[in-house]
Design a protein around this ligand. Structure first.
Ligand code: SF4
Ligand code: SF4
Length: 475
């Protein structure tokens, strides 16, 4: 099966229950953003820009659990920002599991190995030695780290950690092979770290998914190579979605990168061109989502947006109308469902009801439409059933030949700037971030690195840097 049986049954039960109850609108996936702080400043990420004035804020643990309970979505995608920076991430995962939810931790991968070392320390016994020896031999854990795991003290053993579970996925952000990915995340070495984290997670028995956003610059052949490579790494599934030109990201493009957003984001026509092979990929790789959504991406049919099915909860409340666009925040999911005029959003039969929706075909607006049958065509249910219940595609042997490490794209990248900024705190020199990035060469991505989150408020960026210094990424 493409998606484990127990999880499929959990989701199916939820849909059937609401169909029987004739619930007009209900949640399928909660996008839970406990914080917007991030250790990266990816090109195209509107999150850290839109919420740049509240990067310090976090949703208290009980409030996160309360939001999950209120909307009762069977799946919770913990995103952000970088959710592994959230101080109560482990407790949040435990609490969501106690509620019976399927959990995705959407991470840029940089802190994953650290979290898994903490897990190993908490369970260490001589029985763990074979796994530990393998991790050391594959250079996923250093000898020194292995020794620290073996010598874990009582506090490390008592620590709540993120454990492997069939109900949990690490969902790692990967936008291409090394060159492209590091270019998009604006920091060298992140792709390498993601691959190391994925390998370590698989050795330890975690489920791993990846999520990829496709931009105008994305090379379709590279995407296929990336899927081959990830499949060869035995990744359990992939989510793929077109990049959407939402306001916050567009403004950032213009202000920080001096780029025309049209150069970067996809129109509907371009999306269809980029996704023309999505159904073939769905047969070759474990692409999550319905075949109905894949047909929509490939331009074979229309769907109506069901953004209410993937609601977003964050420091400001329930974000409406969708993950990408913000017309308001509401204190409860019920209030958001009741007060938003949903009929004014989305694209119906090719006509945008809101001009901002015109080019949107994103996963969080339209994938649930495929599962919920909002534009039902004869045979859709069978198509979805057959896709999910058919055998999971085998790991691609061609993945071994893919040149995944095809070069670091940012010689003078963001990490160098961050390190310089951290050092300068002690020397009294002006932070590289405080300079606002205007003194960097204007060569696209490298020029981007100086501007950080684009808020102009360097205190918040410095706080992120302080966090990185306190809790550095694995070497
Ligand atoms: S990892 Fe990148 S895309 Fe994700 S929240 Fe951070 S800056 Fe945004
Ligand atoms: S189509 Fe739906 S998901 Fe896309 S921007 Fe509009 S409301 Fe949001």
């Amino acid at each position: 099966m493409r998606f484990p049986l127990a999880l499929t049954l959990r989701i199916t039960r939820h849909i059937v229950k609401h169909k029987i109850l004739r619930t007009p609108k209900f949640a399928m996936v909660l996008q839970l953003e406990p914080l917007h702080t991030c250790n990266l400043t990816c090109t195209g990420c509107g999150r850290i820009r839109e919420y740049s004035t509240s990067l310090k804020d976090m949703v208290p643990l009980e409030q996160c659990l309360g939001a999950a309970s209120e909307c009762d979505a069977p799946m919770v995608s913990i995103c952000g920002g970088e959710p592994l920076i959230y101080p109560k991430i482990e407790e949040l995962v435990v609490g969501l599991r106690e509620q019976g939810r399927i959990i995705y931790i959407c991470t840029n991968g940089v802190f994953m190995r650290k979290k898994m070392r903490e897990y190993l320390a908490s369970i260490y016994s001589p029985a763990v030695e074979p796994q530990l020896a393998r991790l050391v031999s594959e250079e996923l854990v250093t000898e020194k780290e292995a020794e620290q795991i073996r010598k874990a003290d009582a506090a490390a053993r008592a620590r709540v950690t993120i454990k492997p579970s069939k109900w949990l996925y690490w969902n790692v952000h990967v936008d291409g092979l090394e060159y492209t990915h590091d270019l998009i995340v604006e920091r060298e070495g992140v792709f390498k770290e993601c691959v190391a984290a994925i390998k370590m997670a698989k050795i330890l028995g975690y489920q791993v998914a990846t999520n990829t956003t496709v931009y105008k610059e994305t090379d379709v052949q590279e995407l296929e190579d990336m899927f081959k490579y990830l499949s060869w790494l035995d990744v359990d599934g992939h989510t793929i979605s077109p990049g959407y030109d939402y306001d916050a990201a567009k403004k950032d493009m213009v202000k920080r990168l001096a780029r025309d957003p049209k150069e970067f984001f996809l129109t509907r026509d371009l999306t269809r061109q980029k996704f023309k092979d999505i159904e073939r990929w769905g047969q070759m790789f474990t692409i999550f989502g319905t075949p109905v959504y894949q047909e929509f991406l490939a331009g074979k049919r229309e769907l109506t947006c069901t953004a209410w099915a993937i609601p977003t909860y964050n420091v400001k409340g329930w974000k409406a109308p969708c993950y990408l666009m913000t017309d308001g925040h509401y204190p409860t999911y019920a209030e958001m469902l009741g007060k938003v005029v949903w009929e004014q959003y989305g694209v119906v039969d090719g006509v945008a009801r809101d001009p901002r929706c015109e080019n949107c075909m994103v996963h969080c607006g339209y994938d649930p439409s495929g599962a919920l049958g909002t534009n039902y065509q004869s045979g859709d249910n069978w198509k979805n059933f057959r896709y999910n219940f058919s055998a999971r595609p085998a790991p691609s042997p061609e993945g071994a030949q893919v040149k995944a490490f095809n070069g670091v794209s940012i010689g003078k990248g963001h990490l160098a700037e961050a390190k310089a900024a951290v050092k300068s705190e002690f020397s009294g020199a002006k932070s590289a971030f405080a300079r606002g990035g205007n003194d960097l060469p204007s060569d696209g991505a490298s020029a981007a690195s100086g501007g950080g989150c684009g808020s102009g408020d360097t205190s918040q960026r410095d706080e992120v840097l302080a966090k990185i210094r306190r809790d550095p990424p694995a070497a």
